[in-house]
Write a protein that binds this ligand. Sequence first.
Ligand code: ATP
Ligand code: MG
Ligand code: MG
Length: 570
Amino acid sequence: EAPLHNHFIRQIVAEDRASGKHGGAVATRFPPEPNGYLHIGHAKSICLNFGIAEEFGGRCNLRFDDTNPTKEDIEYVESIQQDVRWLGFEWNELRHASDYFEVFYRCAEKLIRDGKAFVCDLSAEEVRAYRGTLTEAGRNSPFRDRSVEENLDLLQRMRAGEFPDGARTVRVKIDMSSGNINLRDPAIYRIRHVEHQNTGNAWCIYPMYDYAHCISDAVEGITHSLCTLEFEDHRPLYEWCLREIDLPNHPELVAGLAERGLGAQPSTPQQIEFSRLNLDFTVMSKRKLMTLVEEKLVDGWDDPRMPTLSGVRRRGFPPRAIRLLCERIGVTKQNSVIEFSVLEGCVREELDANAARRLAVIDPLKLVIDNLPEGHGETLTFSNHPKNEAFGTRAVPFSRELWIEREDFMEVPPKGFHRLVPGGEVRLRGVGIVKCERLEKDADGTVTAVHCSLDAETRPGLAGADRKVKGTIHWVSAAHAVAAEIRLYDRLFNVADPDDDSDGKTYRDHLNPDSKRVVQGWVEPAAAGAAAETAFQFERLGFFVADRYDHSAGKPVFNRAVTLRDSWAK
Ligand code: ATP
Ligand code: MG
Ligand code: MG
């Protein structure tokens, strides 16, 4: 498929390749922090990084950005890999930033030897005071002029664990009067006596994000380091570190990596920022998603209402729909909020083309065809897709007693109601025209069955088949249909911007109480027998997916991915 937008990143990469910059190579990476599940926002970065590599015959690494010592989170590490693959991408190599801890350390030694870094004894509070403000230049740390020997000695002792947390940092010497506060001698190392999930207790000093990220990129030979806009002000630091460390000309800094299977030709990557993907009617920060899970406001990270990739997967959104969204919104430097309905539109488009049709009734009312004999049974042939013959046909059992949708009958209809009414006619999909002759009611007056007569002349293929009636309704054979749990999902929040807390309310106050409704319905046998994760259009009802975990042929469970039309449209 041809790209929709020749966006600025595509253009930069194409020009760089043409001009032979980076030796004509294209290498990108997707660098998640394994501290939560991936969400639709991440999908934009995944599609961009893997997509650019694919398009230009380059490579893309999956790199766990695990420089922050955190508790064991193997669950996140596994879900991230699964989600990237589900989206349809495969990484060139799987790396961990923590693979490079020794490299980061050697780079710090080099910076010290070159007089570009120093060990600083100021406390966090003092560092803040020295840093200055937007309008006021900062002041040099009193430790800035330490000798190289003293700095190297202190660095080594930091590593050896001689000092408590927070006692010292390593800082680079850039410019305390810079207009860009990120350049006011930022810290590159801090002391934290914490176990790391990958390196255990080998380290008690950990590198800061900006420092570790640019070196990791260079070590892996990344050419284009694509990141979100909030890193724009960090780019000068990214470039400063790479220039001063000069990895391509200092192979001793990466010595030993190749032997551990972590080799690559070091590069001088170029950072390019793009705007984040934001969606309305949802929250996308990992912290808030984590809260929803921990407080059991949803049923886990993969709850079908969650904007996580595992959530939308379980909801029945196909990976191609997510990729279509990312392609459609393009890549720019303008921050914007994409309407959730745009995502749902992509889902409808994909499922309309690729989901087979089935019959299901989610709020059943009995319909009896009185002029068919007791025990009458037939097998009808239905096409699986109205617009694509390749989907073939299937057998649908038909009999005298059917389930129809309760809302398709009204005893006292409003004007313009074109479905079944007392004395009125309607077409039963694929069967013919029935006329409502009489009703059965319970003691409360609730209609419990609709008795009809079938006009035999209107059966498909007969002379009367084209006779016009206003409505067509769907049905399933009561004797053959399989009872199914149907989960009707809707948006998790009922306001467009749940993050907006300016009125004192938080996102928790905006949870949509109707976002999940579970009903008992009936599905035709050909739906019940589907494999988990098969998507269908239940005719007239919407697109549904057989639940990834709970569905079985004997006990079908279907999740509504999306309705046929946008019910939130203004
Ligand atoms: P969060 O704020 O949700 O915790 P994060 O940026 O801290 O997100 P990471 O795991 O560090 O999460 O993200 C991995 C990559 O995905 C980063 O390169 C980041 O820029 C990108 N990314 C994260 N969120 C979005 C988004 N909403 N749109 C586009 N890219 C994103
Ligand atoms: Mg991050
Ligand atoms: Mg984060």
